[in-house]
Design a binder for this molecule. Structure first.
Ligand SMILES: [Zn+2]
Length: 354
């Protein structure tokens, strides 16, 4: 059995919100799979698996009964409806149960020592769903569920979640804010002009969880050079000290320079660099030498597909397929980041050697 697993299903392409500005479309998944399958030597290294949906009791590992009841009541009424920024339908509900199932499948393979890298190629995304609320396009939180399932069922003691989506993983943060069993690190865009309400540097966890939530907010105009610098100078040393048993990654490609939802300037080649970083950090700092990458955002389909194919290739021992010039971050943005990160490091030194 290959240790490089892709978990995906047709069910992730079976719903479409009847709104022109709803960026989470079935084409996101279609484009990724179509591009991936154009490279037979890469496909040969991968094992494609179909997830099963989890049952409702499993959902309650990370969400409240009240929230689940609210969703089911609305679904029974028969009409599609909106919950925050999620256009909920029975098809989206089914797909969401399957995304959790994909995480569960990968978690079981990790516990059996049969997975080195897992890719959950699915929609809807999930990192913004909290205990009792939906987030932008996210109904249930699959990355949080997978971490909780590993702790509860396979008795893991330390799981790390690295959130590399453009948006703050506020749902994941909320779910693990009080525990040291899950280290949560998020790099995301901060803008005075957006609806940015969480992900500040002084959100560091609570009680037993103090020091185990780390937020790295970066301004619009951040390119791959500054982004990679944070990975190497903050994320890497913290993971080395935490030594998780497994690394889960919420991977968003909405950090791409062409993405309609943000103002970061990462190029497709930066995703190659991120994959190289992940490969090295898993090798050096993750006890079981494995990681599971969950697709979160990314709304320019081609950039998403090229970025993900580069990552799949590099994380499975292959080469970069798609090159795109790497941009530089302006001096103004660099100076801003420098002063924010100086403050963050000062806070983090209460728990970590940096
Ligand atoms: Zn996002």
């Amino acid at each position: 059995m290959s240790e490089y697993i892709v978990v995906t299903s047709d069910i992730f392409t079976k719903y479409r919100a009847p709104r022109p500005n709803y960026l989470d479309t079935p084409e996101r998944i279609h484009t990724v799979l179509k591009l991936l399958k154009m490279y037979p030597p890469l496909v040969k290294r991968l094992l494609f698996l179909e997830p099963k949906p989890v049952d409702e009791a499993e959902v309650l590992r990370v969400h409240t009964q009240q929230y689940l009841n609210q969703i089911k009541r609305a679904l029974r009424s028969g009409s599609s409806w909106s919950l925050g920024e999620v256009y909920v339908s029975s098809e989206l509900y089914e797909a969401s149960l399957h995304v959790l199932g994909a995480g569960k499948l990968c978690a079981d393979l990790v516990a059996e020592g049969k997975l080195r890298v897992g890719f959950v190629v699915a929609r809807p995304p999930s990192h913004r769903a909290g205990k009792s609320r939906a987030g932008r396009y996210c109904l249930f939180n699959a990355v949080a569920y997978t971490a909780k399932y590993l702790l509860d069922v396979h008795e893991f003691k330390k799981v790390a979640i690295l959130d590399l989506d453009l948006h703050h993983g506020d749902g994941t943060q909320e779910i693990f804010y009080d525990t040291s069993s899950v280290l949560f690190i998020s790099i995301h865009e901060y803008s005075e002009f957006s609806t940015f309400t969480s992900g500040w540097i002084d959100e560091l966890g609570r009680g037993d969880g103090e020091g185990f939530t780390i937020n790295i907010p970066l301004p619009p105009g951040t390119a791959g050079d500054v982004y990679l610098h944070q990975l190497n100078t903050i994320v890497k040393p913290v993971l080395k000290q935490y030594k998780p048993e497994v690394l889960l990654v919420s991977m968003g490609f909405d950090t791409h320079l062409s993405d309609p939802s943000g103002d970061f300037l990462l190029s497709v080649s930066d995703y190659t660099q991120i994959a190289t970083f992940l490969r090295d950090v898993v090798d050096e700092s993750v006890e079981r030498k494995c990681c599971i990458v969950f697709l979160e955002g990314g709304y320019n389909e081609l950039a998403l597909a090229r970025g993900l194919v580069n990552m799949v290739s590099v994380l499975t021992g292959g080469r970069e397929f798609f090159r795109e010039e790497r941009r530089s971050t302006s001096q103004v943005v660099r100076n801003f980041v420098k002063s924010t990160m100086r403050n963050l490091r000062k806070k983090l030194r209460n728990w970590w050697s940096l």
